[in-house]
Design a protein around this ligand. Sequence first.
Ligand SMILES: Cc1ncc(COP(=O)(O)O)c(C=O)c1O
Length: 365
Amino acid sequence: MSLQDFTAETILNHNPYIPGKQPAGLERILKLNTNENPYPPTPRVSDIILEQVNKLNRYPNSSAQELRETIAKLHSVDSDQVIVGNGSDDILNLCVRCFSDNEKSVGMLSPSYSLYDVLSSLQGAETKKIPYDNEKFDIEPQTIIQSGTNLFFVTSPHAPTGRIYKNTVFSSILNEYSGILVVDEAYADFAPNNAVSLLLENENLIITRTLSKSYSLAGLRVGYALASREIVCILNKAREVYNVDRIAQVIAQSALEDRKYFNHIINKIISVREKVYTILKDWRWFTYQSGANFLFTKPIDFDGSTGEEVAENLYLFLNSKNVFVRYFPDDSLTSSFLRISIGKEDEMDMLINLINIWKTKEHLK
Ligand SMILES: Cc1ncc(COP(=O)(O)O)c(C=O)c1O
C-alpha cells in the first residue's frame, strides 16, 4: 500500500491553481504580474490594528456582522444579502461547494480565471468549458443558457483581457438560464459599470468582489459576495465559521469606509492605465480597452512580427530585467499577448523604456 491508495480520487488527478510568481526581494523588481495595487492601503488601517491585537484572545464575529453592514450600505442592499470570505477565492469555492456535485455541473467561459476549473475538478463536478469564439471575447447568452450547467462563472470585466460587458448581456442570460450565475467582479471598481442593480430582480445571481485589487489588500485576504438572502443562507452552510479573522474584519471595514482614499487610488490607476493604453495604441499594438487594473496587449517586435514567439520573447526579456508580467501560452486566444498590471506612473515609465529597448535590435547586441 502507498499513500496514493489512501488519497481521494479527485486529489490524485487534480491540477492545482498556479499563481503568478511571488519572487523574494521585492524591492529590486518590478512586479506587474498578479494585478496587485502598487499603492499601500489607507493609512487608517495601521491605527486600528493595535486595538485588535489586544483582543486576539477572543474569536472574531463569525458572520463579520459589522463588515457586512458596511458592505451592504455601500451597495444599497440588505446585510442579509452579503457574505464575506477569506479572499473572493473563498467565496468562489463556497459557490462550487454549494451548487455543484457529481450530478450538478459547473460551466465557465474559456479563457477566464482558471480557478473556477480548479475548484470544480476538486469538487468532482463535471466541468463544461465554453471557449470564446474569437479575439472579440463577446459573450453569447444562448451558449450559457443552453449549457445544461447548474452553476456558471463569468468574469466581468473579463480576465485576462479587461474587456467590459454591458448588463444587458447578463440580463439576457438571467432571463432564461435555469441555474446559478456568478458574475465575478474582482476588477469592477476600475470599470465604468457593474451588475449590482441586477440583484433586485434576479434570485439566481451571485456577484463576487474582492478587496485585493482596488483596496490594496491582497495580503489581507478579504472578498465578499452579494446575492439574494436565500443564496447567502445556502452559502453560509458551507462557510468555515471563523473564515475572516478579527484583524481582517476591522482593516477591511476601515478601508471600505475611507471613500476619499479609495477614489484617489482608483483615479490614479485609471489615469496611468489610459496613458499606457495610448502609448500601446500609438505603437499599433492590439490592446483591449480595459475596465480593470491591467492591460492585455499583443507585442510587435522590431521586424513587425506578432505571435506566440514574439510575446514569449518579450516576456523573457522583461523577466531577465527583473520585470514580471504575465504570459498565458496555453490558449491560442492568449498566447500572442502579455497581461501587464498597472503599477505606479514611474514604474510604467520604466516598463515602457525597457520595451522601447526591446523594440529596437539593441537588446540583441
Ligand atoms: C477574476 C478574479 N477573480 C478572483 C480573484 C481572486 O481574488 P482574491 O484575492 O479576493 O481571492 C482574482 C485574482 O487575481 C481574479 O483575477
